[in-house]
Design a protein around this ligand. Structure first.
Ligand SMILES: Cc1cc2nc3c(=O)[nH]c(=O)nc-3n(C[C@H](O)[C@H](O)[C@H](O)COP(=O)(O)O)c2cc1C
Length: 374
């Protein structure tokens, strides 16, 4: 069985990361395909495949960006708008941009500083960061890297219920502002690239949020299958935080989440890494907004790659969008500066798109800003 990394080389890809420092691209960071190409050169092939890949035939992943582009903008003119304000609040937390960082695992495989670099970039850009349970740095270490900046903690059940409950409490204690329950992983999607590579991503990578060595076995796979709607209120009480449910693609599920106490719903296909082929976020979002948009905040992610993709999601009723792989490639190629460059680049592009559409701020963003392409 091929393993990635070893005890001697704790961070897979690290030797090649040293080369990354020299090759670091200069801004602008908007050529996301070039960042991905560069990342493919820098990372060991199985690590690149783990980040880049999707489930089964990767249809969901392939269609994600095209689905946002199946909408068209309807610009307003003669409104005297020359600048756009992008500041907003997410669950009451102020952010400078509605573009946030989605939770993604094992960031030390992309860059030696891993989540710490991402956290500093988020703080520098005023973007909200969601930290994964499967982070290489503990949730307290990530907080210490950029104390007080807007951050949510994403919860999986990887160990016992006791340990998972403890993580929820620790997130509340460490100043995280919301708990994100990822519910679309009753089992890991069948990711053929990883299976072909025999990718054992835990090998040699520090799983910082796991219990002390030997105290508890890691569950064989994820165990969110044991969660039901009742868990939403329970985790809210344990953590003292608002609960965001990540992984909702249907209006009826969104209604049940809200009835069960969710403060927000996150429309996502998990980057095409779970059910495949499934409906795209861009096509599921309107149904979820119609079902619960008056009651709670709604977020979306998956294939968002331009300012106009962001604007489309916001016009359809999202309060924020999140980026997965663009952040992976920013971190791989440029560390903290790369992540900040990606966020700043897309935020500037969003501001531009809003002015071109006669929109001064996120409050005045009506649904009829977009229409299906014909
Ligand atoms: C390498 C990788 C690891 C991920 N790990 C997690 C995770 O630990 N928890 C989670 O809720 N979602 C995880 N996701 C899903 C992302 O949060 C997000 O939904 C998705 O990447 C968005 O799509 P995009 O990559 O096209 O922007 C991961 C995605 C990628 C690409």
């Amino acid at each position: 069985m091929a393993t990635i990394g070893s005890a001697d080389s704790p961070v897979p890809g690290q030797p090649r990361q040293e080369a990354a420092e020299e090759l670091e691209p200069e801004p602008p960071y908007l050529d996301l395909e070039a960042l991905e190409d560069r990342s493919r050169e820098l990372l060991p092939a199985p690590v690149y495949d783990y980040y880049a890949g999707g489930a089964e035939t990767e249809t969901t992943m392939r269609e994600a960006t095209a689905a946002w582009r199946s909408w068209r903008l309807r610009p307003r003119v003669l409104r005297g708008i020359t600048t756009a304000q992008l500041g907003t609040e997410l669950l009451g937390t102020p952010v400078r941009t509605p573009i946030g960082i989605a939770p993604w695992a094992y960031q030390a495989m992309a860059h030696p500083e891993g989540e710490l670099a991402t956290a500093r970039a988020a703080a520098a850009t005023g973007a909200l960061m969601t930290v994964s349970t499967s982070a290489n740095n503990s949730l307290e270490e990530v907080d210490a890297a950029a104390p007080g900046s807007p951050r949510w903690f994403q919860l999986y059940r990887l160990h016992s219920e006791r340990h998972t409950d403890d993580l929820a409490r620790r997130a509340g204690d460490a100043g995280y502002r919301a708990l994100v329950l990822t519910v679309d992983v009753p089992l890991l999607g069948r990711r053929r690239r990883d299976m072909g590579n025999d990718f054992v991503h835990r090998a040699g990578v520090r799983m910082a949020n796991r219990p002390p060595e030997g105290e508890e076995p890691t569950l064989d796979g994820l165990a969110t299958a044991t969660w039901t709607f009742d868990e939403i209120a329970r985790f809210g009480e344990l953590s003292g935080l608002p609960v965001v449910v990540k992984g909702v693609l249907r209006g009826d599920d969104a209604v049940r989440c809200v009835q069960a106490g969710a403060a927000a719903v996150w429309v996502t296909t998990h980057g095409g890494r779970q059910a495949d082929p499934s409906i795209s976020s861009a096509h599921a979002l309107p149904e979820v907004v119609d079902a619960v948009g008056d009651d709670v905040e709604i977020y979306a992610d998956g294939g968002v790659r331009s300012g106009s993709d962001v604007l489309t999601a916001l016009a359809l009723g999202a309060s924020a969008v999140f980026l997965g792989r663009p952040i992976v490639w920013g971190l791989t190629t440029g560390g903290e500066r790369g992540v900040a460059g990606v966020i700043d680049g897309l935020t500037a592009e969003l501001a531009h798109a809003m002015v071109l559409c006669g929109l001064p701020d996120l409050r005045s963003l009506p649904r009829d800003t977009v229409t299906p392409a014909r």
